[in-house]
Design a protein around this ligand. Structure first.
Ligand code: WT7
Length: 634
């Protein structure tokens, strides 16, 4: 890999090259991969029209870069360590050779099921090796994977499957998560009642629980694999052919299917993985995210495998069977780079410190944080107790849309500072904008975080809706990518991400749009209107507060039942992660004169910042604010 930063002068030197000669910079990096045909142009981008292309004319298959090219020298090295939910089940070490066999066989199965290049396949699997195998098998034959986090409900599966018109669903019979066993196949069955595009379902056995199999539609993958060849010729893909779709919440409307393409995503995730984690041969790398999120796509699967790394897939949760599980796994597999989310750090920091102290964590070299702002207490705990003041913390800022990390310290190079994501990675030019679209110059300033130049990992479109892509990311500040986050720049030029500026709330690191939750609540016949806002929560970072008006009064007992019914409906239609932590029924919601709900004021009330409500006199119904405050129950 080229341009791996070793010290600050080198960082500035490489950054200069990346920003001033991006074609040469990214072309040099891309040359270290296997291409079937070299590109004609490194970059061809129009940020005003949201038309971005990297390595146009180039042809490749990403699985040859993730797998085949490692086989000659390191085929017997471990690609994936699978750590099962139960500590009594043996961990598996899957070599690059084994990975190759599994992926090729599954790819042949997909072809024999009639899957062709460009077809969409929905993958709904727990964190088991087959999740990695099936994603790579799709990529092998040029099918576009759309992974849906296995905590999502049937309704969420159906809407995503229909949006992309998936031809196939790959799922497991069930999943283990801590003490829970979940029947995933039955959720898929329910979803597929409304998914006409799906022709077949491949089922992977994990729990061996009871499932119903529809004849001619449902097949056990294991059985189909028995007869297949172990070699599958990789499809030749254009650099800009889609590799996958991954859905993310927006502030309005349905989830957006972000489309990532092949060449640029490959180059960007591989390069950022190598720099941000300073991965060295034989290191053991562990990212605790779920592969169902972008963190898992880029930094459990593609980034590490592109570097020939050993990556851990952990099936379970941090608290099972005990709160020492993460540290036990670090000790057991001698983890060198550990990447997790602030919400996990906060919940583990609340436990007895003996859970940490009884384990040997001396293998650790780099600690990572991702998904939400990390507060100073959590940062300090992580630094002192887990890293023993030896390990730099890389606070990595990025998004589903960005494909890979954009702002992060480079370990052993960038001096870290609690709560700061510090400097942009190579080739990234962040700018802070005021509301009028004026770039804020110099340091010690703040604004809306935009990116000025294209980078290879950026999503290219929203599936089937390029206009929405353009409107969401390129219209607030024409010519710039707008992230939806605000940030500040300190006197040294370090960035600190201060949070979302739209109606997206990050709960336990999960990106939730408030509009779909409100729609679900409003479907209850007695509900007149609702407004959801986030408020600070000790462990989750943010939690959801629902302010709800009813069509008529009900008893307090009925109110309690309604709260339960609302949360059940949310869990059912969106997923348990979107449940409300607090609900307050109120006579009316504060509105502007044009009838828009003033969420800004509700946010303040939910956060208990009552002396800081701002001007409420221009509201249509200022009395609503006082009524809500007077009736607060907690
Ligand atoms: C949003 C993106 C990045 C992959 C996982 C989440 C927030 C992410 C940080 C960070 C502060 C962060 C932002 C961003 N976020 N990383 N290091 N510091 N905030 O991907 O679900 O697309 O969410 O997560 O608000 O916009 P996502």
């Amino acid at each position: 890999m080229k341009y791996i930063v070793k010290n600050l002068p080198e960082y500035f030197k490489f950054q200069d090259k990346a920003l001033n000669s991006p074609e040469e910079f990214w072309g040099d990096i891309a040359s270290t991969f296997v291409w079937k045909k070299k590109w004609d142009n490194v970059l061809n981008a129009d940020m005003v029209n949201a038309d971005i292309k990297w390595f146009e004319g180039g042809q490749l298959n990403i699985t040859e870069n993730c797998i085949d090219r490692h086989l000659k020298d390191r085929g017997e090295e471990t690609a994936i360590i699978f750590e099962p939910n139960s500590p009594t089940e043996k961990a598996q070490h899957i070599s690059y050779n084994q990975l190759s066999v599994e992926v090729n066989k599954i790819a042949n199965v997909l072809r024999s099921q009639g899957i062709e290049k460009g077809d969409r396949i929905c993958i709904y699997l727990p964190m088991i090796p087959e999740l990695a195998y099936t994603m790579l098998a799709c990529a092998r034959i040029g099918a576009i994977h759309s992974v849906i986090f296995a905590g999502y409900s049937s309704t969420a599966i159906a809407s995503r499957v229909n949006d992309a018109a998936c031809k196939m669903v790959i799922c497991a019979d069930g999943s283990y998560r801590g003490t829970k066993e979940i029947n995933l196949k039955s959720l898929v069955d329910k979803a597929l009642e409304n998914c006409p595009s799906v022709e077949s379902v491949l089922v992977i056995k994990r729990t061996n629980g009871e499932v119903s199999m529809q004849s001619n539609r449902d097949f056990y993958l294991e059985e189909l694999m028995q007869e297949t060849q172990t070699i599958c010729k990789p499809a030749v893909m254009d650099a800009e052919d889609p590799l996958f779709i991954l859905y993310t919440s927006g502030s309005t409307g349905t989830p957006k299917g972000m489309v990532h393409t092949t060449g640029g995503y490959m180059v960007y995730t591989a390069h950022t993985f190598a720099n941000v984690f300073q991965y060295k041969e034989k290191d053991i790398y562990w990212c605790t995210a779920d592969i169902g999120w972008i963190t898992g796509h880029s930094y459990i699967l593609y980034g590490p495998l592109l570097n020939g790394a050993t990556t851990i897939i952990y099936e379970g949760v941090p608290s099972y069977p005990d709160h020492n599980r993460f540290w036990e796994i670090v000790e057991k597999h001698k983890v060198n780079q550990f990447y997790t989310a602030p919400t996990a750090i906060r919940s583990l920091a609340k436990q007895d410190i003996k859970h940490v102290e009884k384990h040997d964590l001396s293998s650790l070299k780099v600690l990572g944080s991702v998904g939400e702002p990390i507060n100073v207490e959590a940062w300090n705990w992580y630094y002192h107790h887990i890293g023993k003041e030896r390990c730099p913390i890389v606070d990595t800022w990025w998004q589903t849309e960005t494909g890979g990390i954009l702002i992060s310290p480079i370990p052993f190079t960038t001096p870290t500072k609690a709560t700061f994501a510090t400097f942009p990675l190579l080739g990234i030019q962040p700018v802070l904008m005021d509301d009028e679209g004026v770039e804020q110059e110099g340091n010690l300033t703040s604004g809306n975080l935009c990116i000025k130049k294209p980078w290879p990992g950026i999503a290219r479109t929203v599936w089937n809706n390029h206009q929405r892509y353009k409107d969401t990311y390129f219209s607030a500040y024409p010519g710039y990518y707008f992230s939806g986050d605000a940030a500040l720049r300190d006197p040294a030029g370090y960035y600190r991400i201060t949070g979302r500026v739209d109606d997206v709330v990050i709960v336990s690191g999960h990106n939730l749009g408030t509009a779909p939750i409100e729609n679900t609540i409003n479907e209850q016949t007695i509900v007149a209107e609702s407004a959801i806002v986030g408020y600070p929560h000790e462990v989750k970072g943010n939690a959801l507060f629902g302010f709800i008006t009813l069509k008529h009064e009900i008893s307090s007992e009925e109110q309690e039942n309604l709260k339960t019914a609302i949360n059940e409906a949310i869990a059912d239609q969106i997923g348990p992660i979107a449940k409300l932590s607090k609900i307050q029924f109120t006579v009316s919601l504060p509105k502007t004169r044009s009838g828009k709900i003033m969420r800004r004021i509700l946010r303040k009330i939910a956060a208990n910042e009552l002396d800081n409500l701002g001007d409420t006199s221009t509201l249509l119904n200022p009395e609503a604010v006082q009524a809500i405050i007077d009736n607060r129950t907690d």
